[in-house]
Each structure stands twice: as structure tokens, then as C-alpha cells.
Design a protein around this ligand. Structure first.
Ligand code: G3I
Length: 460
């Protein structure tokens, strides 16, 4: 039995098949069944993970189906459950439910006109090795870049969250608690801003106690507007003064404690022909409101790293072009230090090349790079009622690719990868999509590490 590589005689069989189609070819290889049906050529496995891989083979002319065997034994004396003579009508098959760090073998046969060919060559494949328990996201990225998670202040007080936050992550971002609507609660009768600092104070203390970085999110965002600003009855100048006051007060209070902030979030319009999203900030402060906010922030504390953060950056080249042109303008005035690409992506979209190209464009700028808000949808088509092993593997592969792309960024430009939540059932995507099931994060609802977690580590 041949292992791994394609034998010369098998190659000869393939050439015969391609050139002569209907003519019969002779070979002394055991790949031709006595029936005359041509055996496929098994190819190297792909998408190898801890517990799965994808078996691949070539097309056989007029084959109506293929049959696959997978075994932990090169002699195929026994088979992996469900993979004994498994009938398949495509040229690859995901093999799941395997043990880690184990060698498996596969071979395939073609069925042509009801006749089954002999066996293909045999491919051997070794599943990945489980990372030891003391390897964490934090330890694996130490001194390289921050690995962050979106948290809520309330969850830092729940031991099962706290245990993972502190074990796995070197940075936290408040999913909601540091947004303007959470902090800026009103205006008193002297015109001064009324603040509720309680959750931010608690998060900052938590981070300090656990030696975790805090990335602030977000000072200015049209979707987190205090009621009093929405219906503001003062002049435009008074509105702008309040924004300056707010930014200054936040930076002053957390000086030396929050060292980076998303200053403005999602200011660029999705319509290709429109530069600025129509928001109250645009209406009240004019087209240079983004620049003004960055200038207020810079003046309030020159040591804080200032970020712009937006979505669809990896696949909407037009929007990205607008964002990067704005970044150039801010750089020209030394008002920006970093850019967050929100990574709300799918297991199969956008393409790896699109993510790579978008990243390359950002690497060409003199900014820190944040892969922000990472989550990987697996059920956008609503075709799952539970997370299948195959989809979990595809998700893991995707996470691995994203981490690989980030990790290849020049060291001095890597800021952080931030997961947008800890565990699947906490994701914003479920309420956002009216309850559609989704499993986009690295931990399952029971706080267990998913394959996607391993994918993150493998990406490093
Ligand atoms: O606070 C109430 C709570 O009291 C109530 O029980 C609950 C019932 O649904 O609602 C709670 O508020 C919700 C809050 O999330 C906390 O769960 C808000 O209604 C809801 O609008 C809010 O959604 C957040 C959304 O931003 C809007 O602020 C999501 O959690 C958060 O993930 C999402 O994050 C944004 C980023 O900041 C910017 N980029 C896009 C991303 C996704 O929209």
C-alpha cells in the first residue's frame, strides 16, 4: 500500500484518463479495479484541526459518486465511525469527531456506471496537538500584541467570567459601559454635565488589579447619544462646548489608566457617494467634527492613543478608501494613532485575500492596527439549529486565518485583536437578528473553549 505521495503509475492513470477519456489504460498499480473503473487520486488533507480534517481527491470522468474509508490503521483493518465505505458526491469530505495528535489514513474509490473502482492511493494525516492548559491567549501573545475581550462591568463580578477574563485576556473593552449614553446622564441647571462614572471606575479598578489594559470604546458614536443631546435646545457652539467638555473630563479622570480610546466610531457613510454619516454631531459641529473631536482628545491628554473605528472595512473598498483618506488627513495634523477594523465577519465571508488586502492598505499607513470587535458568524444563512462540528471547524479555520494575518503585521503596528464578547450566548448578534441562533465567539455557552479558541492559538 502506498502512503502519501501520488505514485508514478497513478499519475500515468490520470494522464490516460484525461487524454483518452473512453479508451482503457493499463497499469500495474492496484489503483485500477478489475472492473475497469478508474480509481481517483487522493490528495493531501486540508483544514486540519485538533479533531478533524478535510479529505480531498481528484475528479474521475463520469463518476457518479465516490466512496471514502478513513482508518486509524494504515491497513484499514478497522474504520473511523461513519467512514467505512461512505458514499459522497463531491471531491472532498470533512472528517470529524477525531482524536487530537493522532495519525489517520484515508483512501477513496470512484463509482462509474455502477461499477466501483479499486482503491486510490492512501493519504496519511496527523490531527493537531492539543495546546497544554497553561498556554492561554494571553500567554501566547505576550509582548506581541494585546488580546482583548468586550466585557460588561456586571460580568466582572461573576466568577466564571472573571476567571476567564483574567486568565485569557491582556486587554478589556467595555461592550457598552463606556459609551457616552452610559456616562453622560444629563445636564444640571447650571449647564454642567451630570456624570455616572460608577461602571467605568469599577472597570478601570478591575483592570488595574488584574494587570489588564483598557481600550476605551467609544467617545463619539451616533448610536450612543444621551437623551439630552438628542433634543438639545442650546446653540451649536454650546453643543460643541459640551462635547469638548465631555472628552476632556473623561481623559482627565482616567489619565494614565485608559491609554487608548476609540475617539469616533462609524462616522463614514455606507453610501459610496456620501462621505459623512448624517448624525447630530455632523449637523451641530459641521463636516470637520471628527477632526475637532480628535483635537479635543489630543489636547486633553497627548499620551492617549487615539483610534478611529469602523465596520465593513475588509470588503467594502469604497468605504475603506474614504476612511483611509480621512486617516491621512488626521495623520497630517498628528491627531490619530490607530485604526480599528471591526471584524464582524462570517466563516465564509469575506475572503482571506480581501482581509489580507485591506490589512495591507492599513499597514501602509503610519498607524497602530486594531482588529476590533472580532466575531465570526456561522449561521448567517440560518441553516443551522445547532453548531455542527464541520461549521465549528470552518469557524476555527477562519479565526486562525485572521490571527495569522494580524500576526504578520510589522510588530510596531500591532495593537490588539479584541473579541466582541466572551461566550456564544452573550453575543449581540442574537438580539440583533431577532433570536436567530449564532455561535460567533471562542467559548461556548458553558464557558468551554471551542475549536475557534484553538484556531486562535494555531494562528499564532
Ligand atoms: O441595558 C439594557 C438592559 O437593562 C436590558 O435588560 C436589555 C434588554 O434587551 O437591554 C439592555 O441594553 C442593551 C445593551 O446592548 C446591553 O445588552 C441595548 O438595548 C442594546 O442596544 C445594546 O446593544 C449594544 C449595541 O452596540 C448598541 O450600543 C450591543 O450590546 C453592543 O455589542 C453593540 O456594539 C457595537 C459597537 O459598540 C460598535 N460597533 C458595532 C457593535 C455592534 O452593534
Amino acid at each position: 500500500m502506498k502512503l502519501g505521495k501520488i505514485s508514478n503509475s497513478t499519475f500515468y492513470v490520470m494522464v490516460c484518463l484525461t487524454i483518452l477519456s473512453f479508451m482503457s489504460c493499463s497499469s500495474d498499480d492496484d489503483n485500477n479495479g478489475s472492473s475497469g473503473a478508474i480509481a481517483p487520486v487522493a490528495q493531501e488533507a486540508s483544514d486540519i484541526s485538533l479533531t478533524s480534517f478535510r479529505a480531498n481527491w481528484n475528479n474521475v470522468f463520469r463518476a457518479s459518486e465516490y466512496v471514502l474509508d478513513v482508518s486509524a490503521d494504515s491497513g484499514f483493518s478497522s474504520f473511523v465511525d461513519g467512514f467505512d465505505n461512505l458514499s459522497i458526491n463531491q471531491l472532498s469530505q470533512s472528517v470529524t469527531g477525531l482524536n487530537s495528535n493522532t495519525t489517520y489514513y484515508y483512501r477513496v474509490r470512484a463509482v462509474v456506471g455502477g461499477v466501483v473502482s479499486g482503491n486510490s492511493n492512501t493519504i496519511s494525516v496527523e490531527t493537531n496537538t492539543q495546546f497544554p492548559d497553561d498556554v492561554t491567549l494571553k500567554s501566547a501573545t505576550e509582548n506581541n500584541f494585546f488580546v482583548g475581550v468586550a466585557v460588561s462591568e456586571a460580568r466582572t463580578n461573576i466568577s466564571s467570567y472573571d476567571e476567564i477574563y483574567t486568565r485569557e485576556f491582556s486587554s478589556i473593552t467595555a461592550e457598552n459601559d463606556m459609551k457616552m449614553a452610559s456616562i453622560f446622564t444629563g445636564i444640571d441647571n447650571t449647564g454642567a454635565i451630570i456624570y455616572d462614572w460608577s461602571k467605568v471606575d469599577a472597570l478601570v479598578d478591575y483592570a488595574e488589579a488584574n494587570n489588564i489594559n483598557v481600550h476605551g470604546h467609544t467617545l463619539i458614536w451616533h448610536r450612543s447619544l444621551p437623551q439630552v443631546l438628542e433634543n438639545f435646545s442650546g446653540t451649536d457652539q454650546e453643543f460643541e462646548d459640551l462635547i469638548e467638555q465631555y472628552i476632556t473630563d473623561v481623559f482627565t479622570r482616567y489619565q494614565g489608566k485608559i491609554n487608548s480610546w476609540d475617539v469616533v466610531n462609524e462616522a463614514i457613510d455606507d453610501d459610496p457617494g456620501v462621505q459623512w454619516r448624517d448624525t447630530v454631531f455632523l449637523q451641530r459641529m459641521g463636516e470637520d467634527y471628527v477632526e475637532k473631536c480628535f483635537a479635543f482628545a489630543r489636547a486633553a491628554d497627548p499620551n492617549v492613543k487615539l483610534f478611529y473605528n469602523d465596520y465593513n472595512m475588509t470588503f467594502d473598498g469604497t468605504k475603506r478608501g474614504k476612511v483611509l483618506a480621512m486617516v491621512d488627513d488626521l495623520l497630517a495634523s498628528d491627531l490619530i494613532d490607530g485604526v480599528g477594523y471591526q471584524m464582524h465577519i462570517d466563516y465564509n465571508f469575506p475572503s482571506t485575500q480581501q482581509i489580507q488586502d485591506a490589512t495591507d492598505e492599513l499597514v501602509a499607513k503610519d498607524v497602530l492596527i486594531h482588529f476590533a470587535e472580532l466575531d465570526v458568524k456561522v449561521n448567517a444563512a440560518n441553516d443551522l439549529t445547532e453548531l455542527t462540528e464541520e461549521r465549528a471547524m470552518a469557524q476555527s479555520q477562519r479565526v486562525q486565518e485572521v490571527v495569522e494575518i494580524f500576526n504578520a503585521i510589522p510588530q510596531n503596528k500591532k495593537y490588539a485583536i479584541t473579541l466582541w464578547g466572551l461566550k456564544d450566548d452573550d453575543t449581540w448578534l442574537i438580539p440583533e437578528n431577532n433570536g436567530r441562533p449564532e455561535w460567533p465567539l471562542l467559548f461556548d455557552a458553558s464557558f468551554n473553549k471551542k475549536q475557534a479558541y484553538q484556531g486562535f492559538l494555531e494562528g499564532l
